[in-house]
Write a protein of this length. Structure first.
Length: 515
């Protein structure tokens, strides 16, 4: 009996480890035109998993079972051919589809509510219309969502005169019920000034930044936070002092729990200089208390950790802000990733790059789909929430994503800790398999990314503790040969579940990961 006791303990521990190990379920590869595919992972509804797909003029919601077998493919026939744009949003109750279509010289903005089975609830609603001229652009409307997914805002802006922008906004509930229409004009002093980074807080306040560049694609020398109150008709403008530094790009994140607006950017001490540190500002939502502004200058130790192939002086010039995570206590976790490309040996830097101004590969001023966090669990970032296929053109383009900077700030803006997650990734002609995604396991964050082994990408992980400690995890199990994870487009759909697109040869499938 005594000899059996250690054996029983061993098998008990083995069973416990097996129960806690992750499992991965794959769907059958979809062999439709990969280069034309756009998708949005909608989430988990009634123990089934929904994904919106668009291939050319065909729109549908695909319903998967827990083992990722296709239960049903629901066509969205209400979306007409040649729809100008389709935005899909999901919350815990339903799915909202906002699309635009042009008939003659009128652009219609339409909205439809879907239930948990992907079927329409009622008829499509006409949200707004715009008359356009014969040669005017028909890309009129942009749509953003609040962090809690309970509100949407449809807005449009028109440059009526040289420096006057006329805005029209429509605030909607999570059932597409109109809550508030507003109209206002915002004036810029000259062509060096710009407005960007639109955001909607949980109360329905509409935010954007107003910045001034000394020259095109150069540093920011002046910045304001602008807020249109939910039930106000005029914009509140809060100037920022910038603490005597020059900003790269100013990003907004709302601390809905504590009633604050948080803004962050890399900064340089000199005009067109290298990146020297991080700028952080905290603005109270009621504008009654003073603005807190803080700058963190990067030290030599961090430069050596983060520099990769760069010199210590240029260590941070390839980094771009990626995730901006607000904790319940008002503290902030920020990540930034080293991202760059080269083409036939021609490298572009932060200031001279004609393609990668701001967050690389299309996310920046004028590209609205990077500006509202989609992840239900609050770990929102500025990566593309849907859509992919950043394929190169006729010439070979190599995409790189390397180390990740990690910063934790306290509620008052002081630095708590910093760290660097080491990784090195590149791929030719497409960025689909590189970069990372975050999984919130409750007690820690799990950073998932591909590492290449014998020219095959394998899904790896590092965990981040609340104190800033990184621990490399074992490679994920159940990784079937041939499936390659496009992990940066993954979405956390439950407390310990994530849905991710995967490539299989020239086809696309989806994988459900249980942690």
């Amino acid at each position: 009996m005594l000899r059996l006791f250690p054996i029983l303990i061993f098998f008990s521990l083995l069973a416990n480890l097996s129960s806690n190990a992750q499992r991965i379920f794959y769907s059958e590869p979809d062999r439709d035109d990969v280069r034309s595919l756009k998708f949005e992972i909608l989430g988990k509804f009634n123990n089934q998993y929904l994904v919106y797909k668009n291939i050319r003029n065909n729109h549908s919601v695909v319903i998967y079972s827990p083992d990722m077998a296709v239960k049903e493919k629901v066509p969205l026939d209400f979306i007409p051919e040649r729809a100008i744009n389709v935005d899909v949003f999901s919350n815990q109750e339903n799915i909202l589809v906002i699309y635009q279509v042009q008939r003659r010289n009128v652009v219609y903005c339409m909205g439809v509510k879907l239930d948990a089975n992907g079927r329409t609830v009622g008829e499509p609603l006409e949200l707004d219309t715009t008359n356009i001229g014969t040669f005017a652009s028909n890309k009129i409307y942009s749509v953003i969502s609040s962090d809690d997914k309970q509100k949407l805002m449809v807005f449009k802006m028109k440059n009526r005169f040289r420096d006057d922008f006329e805005f029209q906004t429509l605030l909607l509930s999570n059932n597409l019920m109109p809550l508030r229409r507003s109209r206002f004009t915002y004036t810029l002093e000259n062509t060096k000034e710009a407005i960007a980074d639109f955001y909607l807080d949980n109360d329905g306040n509409f935010l954007f930044t107003h910045v001034k560049h000394q020259l095109e694609k150069e540093y920011v020398s002046m910045a304001n936070l602008c807020v249109l109150p939910t039930y106000g008709d005029s914009v509140i403008r809060q100037p920022l002092s910038l603490k005597g530094v020059f900003l790269d790009e100013l990003r907004i994140k709302v601390d809905n729990n504590n009633g604050r607006y948080i803004l962050a950017s890399f900064y340089s001490k000199l005009k067109r200089g290298t990146i020297d540190g991080m700028y952080l500002a905290v603005v109270p939502k009621d504008f009654t208390n003073p603005v807190m502004e803080n700058i963190l200058e990067f030290d030599e130790e961090l430069r050596q950790q983060a520099r990769g192939e760069n010199s210590s002086k240029n260590a941070f010039n390839d980094y771009y802000l990626k995730h901006f995570i607000v904790r319940k206590d008002g503290g902030v976790l920020m990540t930034a990733e080293s991202m760059y490309t080269n083409s036939r040996g021609n490298n572009f830097n932060r200031w001279d790059n004609p393609f990668l101004w701001g967050n690389p590969w299309g996310v920046g001023p004028g590209s609205f789909w990077g500006w509202n966090p989609y992840n239900t669990w609050g770990w929102g970032g500025w990566g593309s929430p849907w859509g992919w296929n950043s394929f190169g053109g006729a010439q070979t383009v190599r995409y790189y994503t390397d180390n990740v900077l990690l910063f934790s700030f306290g509620k008052e803006g002081s630095l708590q800790w910093k760290n660097v997650m080491a990784k090195s990734q590149f791929d030719d002609n497409s960025d689909n398999l590189i970069s990372y995604q975050i999984m919130n396991s409750g007690s820690e964050l799990l950073f998932l990314y591909n590492e290449w082994s014998r020219r095959v990408p394998m899904l790896s992980a590092q965990s981040l503790s609340p104190s800033g400690q990184l621990n490399r995890q074992q490679p994920l199990r159940s990784l079937d040969k041939g499936f390659e994870f496009m992990i940066r487009y993954a979405r956390q759909v439950a407390a310990r579940e994530m849905l991710a697109p995967v490539q299989y040869r020239s086809s696309i499938a989806f994988a459900r990961i249980e942690f």
